[in-house]
Design a protein around this ligand. Sequence first.
Ligand SMILES: [Mn+2]
Length: 353
Amino acid sequence: MQSERHAEALARATATLAPVAAAVVPAALVALLSGARRVWITPHERPDGDALGAALALQAILEQRGAEVAVISADAPAAVYDVIPTIGRVVRTAPAWEPDAAILVDCADPARAGSAGALMAALPATIPRAILDHHVSNHSDAPTAWIDPTAAATCEMVTLLGIALGADLAADNGAIASALGAGLIMDTATFQHGNTTPRTLQVAALLLAAGAPISEISRRLYRSRPLSQLQLHARVLGRVERSDAGRTVWAALSLADLSATGSTAEESEGIVDALAQVVEADVALFLKEDGPTATRLSIRTKELGPDATKIAAVFGGGGHARAAGATIALPLAEASGAALKAVAELRAGASAS
Ligand SMILES: [Mn+2]
């Protein structure tokens, strides 16, 4: 009953997106991939869920057409991407066979694909290349380069490409849809970021109907963490402090916090976002000891609050108005004072002008 309803939903979503795919997927790309018999697909180095999901889904889509396809990555996928059922198919060295098409996904420059990009660059120039990417910084104008900055994820584009190629996106017991869903959830933070468009949600509806366990993927990518990380966050957030009459909140992490909880430096990811949730504050600062005279500063500010880039610029850093960062060339204890002073001076300057 459930699967029948899903089959209907899949048919409806496919019918909705078929004209969209026909309009946006470059004909030269469809022609190249329709004719290719042996294909290399390469994600960017240190691949994330979108790069891996796009590469592995495209592999399965092209295999449906009888092609031989290798996904070659410079770096091994992080353990969290086990949420993609075919993650074990990623290889890190060149196959014995030469491709008749080589595709870069979620990046535009082989230089950003590490050793796998170097393998691609070393192929004879006569082998056609294609690019699938959604990064705005991309400027390739090759006919087989499809760059769509309005796409929330490269996986949104690969879904449309699959439709244009007539692929069965529900095949392999939902594995293709799961790979594509992982990329969509990764790059939108489960449809929370401003890059989510009506088309993104139409693609998501199709993938859900095609067997992607959207809720489970989201839980594994965004709501799962090792105990050590929970302990690290609890320890650091337990020391949250206020400044500027509560409008600035801040917390600091020392290297001792990492050893006390058995955490890696990467596990501090997300602390600044927790600080930024404080409703009374419009500036959140997170300071992380990075050596005897180096402290990493992460800044989040709210709409109508100070410009985060102006705080970061005091220390030679940068970023965006609402999220920025810098390295302060001071020990942790002095860096927090310097950062708070910079925020207070920026506030005083704003009220004086
Ligand atoms: Mn991406």
